[in-house]
Design a protein around this ligand. Sequence first.
Ligand SMILES: [Zn+2]
Length: 90
Amino acid sequence: MKSNTTPRPVLVDGAVYWADGGRRICLRCAGQSALYTGRDLSGQRVERVTVADVRAWPDDLGVLCCEARCTALSAVAGPDGWPLERGDVW
Ligand SMILES: [Zn+2]
């Protein structure tokens, strides 16, 4: 067990993740548990939202974003293949 290293977030800024019960979280609003372990409070690994997820998101639910609305995603894939963050929504 390494105790002398500063924990670093395992979540990526500008990404949204599926957490327990279909809740959506991002780096900015995730709890400490999810932020540093990639697991939510129930111990499930959070799954990063993909471009396919964004495309499958129903229009009537609005833009796919985290529950706290600090990060919203577009259906456009960035250079790394993950959806780009929308900066134009809020
Ligand atoms: Zn958020």
